[in-house]
Design a protein around this ligand. Structure first.
Ligand code: ZN
Length: 105
């Protein structure tokens, strides 16, 4: 069992999530060959190393979360995107609260 750091709910048990799969870039359907499209839909690298995956937090915020996970040890590394969102939220909230109540300074 391992915990997944949800950027909206915090660290949660893995059982709250559904594994969607490895992240991969979607090819352009207008210019890709049938073999490339089949590889995108069904091809998984499936090796013992770090991989970037998408998980769905069905028992929590019901949002998709991207994490880096080692497939052999289930060690989780934080991703860059949630950290950037958290820092931006932390910086803007105190400023907005101060401006909303100018008489309480
Ligand atoms: Zn969540």
């Amino acid at each position: 069992m391992f915990r997944i750091p949800c950027p909206h709910c915090g660290p949660r048990n893995r059982t709250e999530f559904h594994h969607v799969g490895e992240r991969s870039s979607r090819p352009d359907p207008r210019s890709t060959t049938p073999g490339e499209w089949r590889s995108y839909l069904y091809g998984q690298r499936n090796f013992a190393d770090w991989t970037t995956e998408t998980w769905y937090h069905g028992a929590g915020c019901r949002r998709f979360v991207t994490v880096d996970r080692h497939t052999a040890t289930n060690e989780i590394r934080p991703t860059v995107e949630p950290t950037a969102v958290t820092e931006a939220t932390t910086v803007t909230e105190p400023t907005a609260a101060t401006d909303a109540h100018p008489g309480h300074r």
